[in-house]
Design a protein around this ligand. Structure first.
Ligand code: HEC
Length: 91
């Protein structure tokens, strides 16, 4: 469900009690936006607040795996892929 990497398991267990990983996987956010998202999960949805070492680990994982340039899976309504040339077109 989540790509391998340091912090993967922690992220899984912190985020999956309430929703699937799909909602996480389809994002491509900067570090600030991920930090805001975590705070928002705590403030709005009563997620247990993440303590310092774990929070950093999860934040690192999220930014590394689903950062701004990440090729996130699934539908991303605000993402437009860059136009690609048809490789078989000769002119
Ligand atoms: C206590 C429950 C709970 C936990 C734990 C939780 N979330 Fe959520 N999250 C929600 C709910 C409920 C929604 C959807 C409702 C909404 O959009 O207000 C949501 C929506 C989201 C969204 C979609 C926001 C959008 O723009 O639609 C993201 C991204 C997200 N969560 C990330 C995370 C991450 C990352 C974690 C783990 C660090 C996490 N959530 C843990 C309850 C939770």
């Amino acid at each position: 469900m989540l790509p391998a990497g340091p912090g993967r398991d922690e992220t899984f267990y912190a985020c999956v009690p309430c929703h699937s990983t799909q909602i996480v996987r389809r994002q491509g956010l900067s570090r600030e936006r991920w930090a805001e998202t975590i705070d928002w999960m705590v403030a709005r949805h009563n997620m247990p607040a993440l303590e310092a070492p774990e929070r950093t680990l999860i934040l690192d994982y999220l930014v590394q795996t689903f950062g701004p340039g990440a090729a996130a899976e699934g539908p991303r309504p605000f993402y437009t892929p860059p136009p690609r040339r048809n490789p078989f077109q000769t002119q």
